[in-house]
Design a protein around this ligand. Structure first.
Ligand code: CAA
Length: 380
């Protein structure tokens, strides 16, 4: 680490351990979205790490951002996903494709962490295959009218601003991926209706809802970039998003490993500490190796991004490996904790539940394998 990286990581770790981890079990139980804590994170700059400095962001490199995100995820993965969304998909979309006026209006407060932003791509019948979405926008004079139903929208009920993908070529998906556009939607716009927060297995401090778009009217400047390019913008954003999910999964796995090491140092069975059994040592060694490998893949993809290269394949590899690692490591952690591990009173049970979604959202593990395989040249 450079001195700057060490300072940023220490600040993130200190905030995470003081202000996030002690409350994480309570947020998990109550499904509370910790807005005040997230806005505090914003005041420290962590919600605008990847935004350009000219728009009040930190303009920091991707690797340092991933290090900070891992610290927040180790304390609570639900808070981490809000930090990840804020720094990735909408930021990439606005930075690359926003007009100067759109950046001034939205990117600046987003980078300062004054507003919370979300992203809505999926629909009840369109998850892994977003090109088949049906929600649509039709022209209305200079502006647009949006109708349809989005699903599993992160921050759907808590965001101030949503980036929403809908069709602009009619509801019958005539043009597939090429018929989709991105709209910048303030959530106080009449016709924006978030459903009740979903009752999720994990990541319960993050808010996930459906969004009904009911004759939601936007001015012309609600459209981001070019009409028909929304699918590509979403994929570009997801490349950055998947990098963040790799760091989030690494943070979950690392914390499960840390708890396991601590537990194996005190728990005695058959007159010996668990850590004295070689079978347990082997398990801990495998867990540690996979955590390290997850971090290394994520940072390697981050370094590619910092050099301005495409990260599509490497972000998919990093997310795939880290999310499967998080699931495997948290499963081993529960096994080491035994009966205690199965109880809500011990932290590894929550880490296990939080880990699962990293294999599902921002593209399932199967989708990551499709993306990776496309770069291998093994099929037409
Ligand atoms: N960057 C830039 N452009 C890209 C791209 C990328 N990473 N990936 C695809 N494109 C472009 C293609 O080049 C193509 O453009 P051209 O026709 O001009 O060449 C266009 O987009 C269509 O691409 P495909 O033909 O490859 O599209 P496809 O329908 O076959 O889908 C897919 C490809 C990889 C399977 C894609 O559908 C996918 O990633 N699916 C998973 C969706 C997903 O991750 N959903 C998560 C939702 S968000 C969430 O989880 C909640 C949250 O907020 C946390």
């Amino acid at each position: 680490m450079t001195d700057t990286q060490r300072q940023i990581v220490e600040l993130a770790r200190d905030f995470a351990r003081t202000h996030i981890e002690p409350k994480a079990a309570e947020w998990d139980r109550t499904k509370e979205f910790p807005r005040a804590t997230i806005l505090e994170l914003g005041k420290l700059g962590f919600l605008g790490m990847c935004s350009p400095e000219e728009y009040d962001g930190m303009g920091i490199d991707a690797v340092t951002y991933l290090m900070a995100l891992e610290e927040i995820a180790a304390a609570d993965a639900g808070v981490a996903v809000t930090m990840s969304i804020q720094n990735a998909i909408p930021t990439v979309m606005l930075t690359r494709h926003g007009t100067p006026a759109q950046k001034e209006r939205w990117l600046r407060p987003l980078a300062r962490g004054e507003i919370i932003v979300g992203f809505a791509l999926s629909e009840p019948d369109s998850g892994s295959d977003p090109a088949s979405m049906r929600a649509q926008a039709v022209r209305d004079g200079n502006g647009w009218v949006l109708n349809g139903l989005k699903a599993w929208a992160t921050n759907g009920g808590t965001a101030d601003l949503m980036m929403i993908m809908v069709r602009t070529d009619g509801p019958d998906a005539r043009r597939g991926a090429k018929g989709i556009s991105t709209f910048i939607v303030p959530t106080d716009t009449p016709g924006y209706k978030a459903g009740k927060p979903e009752d999720k297995m994990g990541l319960r401090a993050s808010n996930t809802t459906t969004i009904a778009l009911e004759d939601l009217r936007l001015p012309a400047e609600g459209l981001l970039g070019d009409e028909g390019m929304g699918f590509v913008y979403a994929m570009e954003g997801l490349d950055a998003g998947r990098l963040g999910i790799a760091a989030q999964a690494t943070g979950i796995a690392r914390r499960a490993l840390e708890h396991s090491i601590e537990y194996c140092g005190v728990r005695k069975q058959f007159g010996r500490k668990l850590g004295e059994f070689q079978g347990v040592q082997f398990k801990l060694a495998d867990m540690a190796t996979r955590v390290e490998a997850s971090r290394a893949l994520a940072h390697a993809a981050g370094a590619l991004r910092d050099r301005g290269q495409s990260i599509t394949q490497h972000a998919a590899m990093a997310k795939l490996f880290a999310s499967e690692t998080a699931m495997w490591v948290t499963t081993q952690a529960i096994q080491l904790f035994g009966g205690y591990g199965y109880m809500r009173d011990y932290p590894v049970e929550k880490l296990f539940r939080d880990a699962k979604v990293t294999e599902i959202y921002e593209g399932t593990s199967e989708i990551q394998r499709i993306v990776i395989a496309r770069y291998l040249g093994a099929h037409p």
